[in-house]
Write a protein that binds this ligand. Structure first.
Ligand SMILES: [Zn+2]
Length: 124
């Protein structure tokens, strides 16, 4: 048995820590891949990876959350565009693995209702 810690081990540990912090600080729950709902908008779709269990004044939220990258893709924007300039519910700042960069970068989780509202706005 080799004691070597692989990069993948480090990433898994960090992801678990981030998920724990997100729950402690924001009541945001990370889902296993494929455990969440399929989120469809227009002709685009993605997996729900995070769910909000926060309270924003009307009881338990329960909405799906998407990363800014997911939101950009769903809305047909370029990756670095600000996908939702004026969200109704404040996005949740979180650190996420950026596969392209191969490191952890700060990102934001947006509520699904804000993505839908932005989509409708863009449709006119
Ligand atoms: Zn919420």
């Amino acid at each position: 048995m080799s004691p070597t810690v692989t990069l993948n081990d480090l990433i898994q540990v960090r992801l678990a820590e981030i998920a724990e912090d997100a729950w402690d600080q924001h009541r945001v729950m990370r889902l296993g891949h494929g455990d969440g709902r399929v989120l469809e908008i227009g002709s685009a779709a993605t997996w729900e990876m995070w769910t909000c269990h926060g309270q924003h004044g009307n009881g338990l939220c329960g909405e799906a959350l998407v990363t800014s990258r997911q939101a950009s893709v769903l809305l047909g924007l370029y990756r670095d565009d600000e996908p939702i300039p004026d969200p109704q519910i404040a996005p949740i700042e979180i650190e996420l693995l950026d596969e392209g960069v191969g490191g952890f970068m700060s990102d934001a989780l947006f509520h699904w209702s804000d993505v839908v509202a932005e989509y409708r706005k863009a449709q006119g």
